[in-house]
Design a binder for this molecule. Structure first.
Ligand code: NAD
Ligand code: UDP
Ligand code: UDP
Length: 367
């Protein structure tokens, strides 16, 4: 049906104007779980601008109402406070499943909420999925949340997109990482609650795809940054940017020679939408192949915010991946997607948002 409307000019979106529904396309009803979070809220902006009806499901574990407040009062937007470990009934066309306590500080301090270990998974059979009161404390976000959203997708015939992570590759022995790499994850390490939780979520998604014909899409997201990232969530970009603004030393863990590849949030959101709208299940790596050591990142942050910022070395966490860089050939070829914004272009775009929030924090403290 998409080529039926090929060539019809799409109305241009002009900020401030109500956006008409695209010609030739029924407007979609879309759920975004975790839509009050960092990535989710940028995705919601794009979907609303495109003219879709969007329902955000979020329990505000790490997300904030402020991230979506601009859409309050828009009849095409709905915000539901709900924990995805509990079932929910909705009628929609697409489900973007982002809900996950994703940042290191949160998952290191609240591992139980992030993981169901394989041991617990084996025990799932002892519980009835429908009996929420009995299981709510046990089936947690990555597994129960994903299972519920897949059950929802199955019942209503919706397309389901899982936001998995590059962490499924663990401390990779293949570099750069292709989607065919099975990974090198320590199943009993401090960060395995997140890695194994996402690996299990991928497994569930593929099982629902194969066994119940759910239209599934899997994205493996590499380190992403931008405005609305949680302050103080322990991720390296938010830490360095907040530290530079607060005139504190940038904390480099270990020798700072470990590498990551940093993607600006709008590139990720474009990739997620291309994946959802495309015909391929994936998994697809969505990341920026530009690879930096943490020391190089610190330099870019210094150049961008405060050249006089200093660096303080701290011990690294256990099982920290030594390097990470996506091979994105698959997404380039099949989704016609690649990131556009380099680290040096992207970092300045998050600074004013961080400055404002840090300022508000200080005002709140009477500083
Ligand atoms: P985030 O913490 O800003 O957003 C996650 C959102 O999920 C938050 O709004 C949180 O309140 C909500 N949430 C958590 N548990 C929930 C639950 N049980 N029920 C309902 N809502 C719940 O994180 P983010 O960076 O926006 O990440 C979004 C998704 O992308 C996550 O699934 C994450 O694992 C994945 N991802 C992100 C990155 C990255 O670098 N940002 C990298 C890899 C994967
Ligand atoms: N589920 C949901 N909303 C729905 C349909 C299902 O939250 O509209 C949940 C359901 O409660 C269950 C999970 O999704 O916990 C898996 O559903 P499925 O039908 O696949 O499994 P079953 O309920 O048959 O075990
Ligand atoms: N890191 C750092 N200083 C910080 C926070 C993190 O040097 O203040 C390092 C961390 O040890 C890791 C890298 O930065 O090697 C990326 O960490 P992050 O938690 O942002 O992402 P992930 O490890 O999940 O890729």
């Amino acid at each position: 049906s998409s080529d039926r409307f090929a060539g019809i000019t799409q109305p241009r979106h002009r900020p401030g104007l109500r956006v008409p529904v695209q010609i030739g396309q029924r407007r979609k009803r879309i759920v975004v779980t975790g839509g009050a979070g960092f990535v989710g809220s940028h995705l919601v902006d794009k979907l609303i601008a495109r003219g879709d009806d969007v329902i955000v499901i979020d329990n505000f574990f790490t997300g904030r109402k402020e991230n979506v407040v601009r859409h309050f009062g828009n009849p095409r937007f709905e915000l539901v406070r709900h924990d995805v470990v509990e079932p929910i009934l909705l009628e929609v066309d697409q489900i973007y499943h982002l809900a996950c306590p994703a940042s290191p500080v949160h998952y290191k301090y609240n591992p139980i909420k992030t993981i169901i270990s394989f041991f617990n998974l084996l025990q799932l059979g002892n519980f009835r999925f429908g009996d929420v009161s009995q299981v709510a404390e046990i089936y947690k976000t990555n597994v129960m949340g994903t299972l519920n959203m897949l059950g929802l997708a199955k019942r209503i015939g919706a397309r389901f997109l899982l936001t998995s992570t590059s962490e499924v590759y663990g401390d990779p022995l293949e570099h750069p990482q292709k989607e065919t790499y099975w990974g090198n994850v320590n199943p009993i390490g401090v960060r395995s609650c997140y890695d194994e939780g996402k690996r299990t979520a991928e497994t569930l998604a593929m099982d629902y795809h194969r066994g119940a014909d759910v239209e599934v899409r899997i994205a493996r997201i590499f380190n992403t940054y931008g405005p609305r990232m949680c302050l103080d969530d322990g991720r390296v970009v938010s830490n360095f940017v907040a530290q530079a603004i607060r005139k504190q030393p940038l904390t480099v863990y270990g020798d700072g020679k470990q590498t990551r590849s940093f993607q600006y949030v709008s590139d990720l959101v474009d990739g997620l939408v291309a994946l959802m709208e495309g015909e391929h299940v994936g998994p697809f790596n969505l990341g920026n192949p530009g690879e930096f050591t943490m020391l190089e990142l610190a330099e870019v942050v210094k150049e961008t915010i405060d050249p006089s910022a200093t660096i303080e070395f701290k011990p690294n966490t256990a099982d920290d991946p030594h390097k990470r860089k996506p091979d994105i050939s698959k997404a380039k070829e099949l989704l016609n997607w690649e990131p556009k914004i380099s680290l040096r272009e992207g970092l300045p775009r998050m600074v004013s948002d961080f400055r404002n929030r840090i300022l508000n924090e200080n005002e709140g403290k009477g500083l």
